[in-house]
Design a protein around this ligand. Sequence first.
Ligand code: ZN
Length: 450
Amino acid sequence: MGSCHLLECLNRRILIDCGMFQGSRELAEENGVAFDFEPAAIDYVLLTHAHLDHCGRLPLLAKRGFRGEVIATPPTRELVRLVLVDAAHLQEEEARRHDYPGRRRDEGGGRAPLYTILDAFNCLDRFGRAAEYEQPVALAPGLRATFFDAGHILGSASIRIEVNEGDRVRSVLFSGDIGNTGRPLLRPPAPPARADLVVMESTYGDRLHRSFGASIEEFYAAVCSAVARGGNVVIPTFALERAQEILYVLHQGVERSRLPPAAQIFLDSPMAISATEIFERHSEYLDPEAARMFRQGDDPLHPANLHFAREAADSIALNRITGGAIIMAGSGMCTGGRIRHHLRHNLWRKESAVIFVGFAAAGTVARQIIDGAEHVRLFGEEIPVRSTVHTINGFSAHADQRELLAWRGGIGGCDTTFLVHSEEPAMRQLAEHLQGYRVEMPRLGEAFDL
Ligand code: ZN
């Protein structure tokens, strides 16, 4: 689902996020339809974070007339640039695949990309002031926005908008995506102490996560046994946040002698390498322990035996390694990208291991392997699955039900809680636990007078 909320007050129109629908093909086509509002009439876009389902339609908004100011935290600005240029590149490639001679536009040929790399760059010109956590940004006389650390990914924020009404102040808080507490690298969410109305995500409103500590132990054990068998370890990973979390866990594993000393780690993803560099440039936004390591010159995202593979030739060279390599590559769901080559070279070998550390949607190659397929199809070939397969679930970037309730409980003075950004069963379960609050579950496009 794409997150996008429009708030109108004091004659200003403010968008909170401008996200892209992700998932099925029908949903993907929704991305091209008209906005429910006039893009040229929007004064501000406040971005909670750099995930595509929160910023992915920004180039389209600018292309269709938006001339206002985009405000985000400094790390979000840099990550958004990376994420949007990558998304535009993928869309251009996808459009090119559909565009072959003799095929007419009305037959599905020559399909135009939703937006191009040029559109992505153009929308970056709309970025104005940077927002620092807990420092109000003025939007108009008597109207301001304050960003609070949401602990979800680097630079992520919950955003409170306050408006003066005579001698009192009314406020509405948009949660953005709320992080999981106790993860490495990021500080826990720090919502404001007060808001009159809350619009909150409820992705995992019906679930409880496994403890992070147990997941790390399981991860080290899986790596050690594959390396001891003489195989490689292949880790399909998302480029942003998950890759850096795994690098941090690997760094700790090397430092604490929890991993075989001879193992070599390869980050085989140009996008993940760039995202890692953005983390390194903004280390003051990380949790105190990681920030301290950076200050002391010990980069916690760079284990001693780490190698970056930016060039395709470096990636191809990895295919010759038969044992002792820990290879991280995208895409996380194995729907494309370099990971498919590493699967092709390792999936059939019983010495090797594949470790999944993220969500895998139904129908993807990742999901087939996780669900125990005996063969998967890669590059037109049936590849038997003989390697060991591990699914480690504790790395979620989203708060679970207990943490969502704790986040909500920390905010006083609230009239109504709007639950958004989730499937209906998760919202209903969370709503049952929010007794004593007025709860609304808005439909797409629904408007409320606050
Ligand atoms: Zn997110």
